[in-house]
Write a protein that binds this ligand. Sequence first.
Ligand code: FES
Length: 174
Amino acid sequence: MPEATRGKMEEGAAAPRRHFLVFLWMGMGLLAVVELVWVALSFLRPGGKAVPGAGSGALFEAGRVDSFAPGTVTAFPRGRFYLSRLEDGGFVALSRRCPHLGCTLPWVEEAQQFVCPCHSSAFDRKGDLIRSPAPRGMDLFPVTIENAVVRVDTGRAIRRDRPDALAVAYPTST
Ligand code: FES
């Protein structure tokens, strides 16, 4: 086969590949633009809006009072907090961020404690400090109960060393 003919055939085979790559790059560029616009819009949105089930920084609707048994701790990963229902029926919302250096605290059911995987600080179900090096108990989020629905304000973390810190919310009727 003559050299010129073979060159044209190879060129012809490469054309669809080239078109595919061009479309791929255009698609990726379009995706990047859409993502950029979405990020810009999310920054411009007004904060503090009540969005049930939204992530950290919003009023978080945790659920109905009767869906949490006394003496249980429920994790809300999207809200980055734990909702602890105390034995007396009260609710406390605890930040999952360790007040020592910020590691994520897991609830250890067997020990009935939050135990930090980083430096072993431990906290009880109210978030009170049991074992250092953490300098204080777990930070809290305000809890409100209206119409038997528990809501947590994840936009307002309260340090445990403040005098008004441990605010347990009680349902008026369950
Ligand atoms: S970060 Fe939790 S004990 Fe150090």
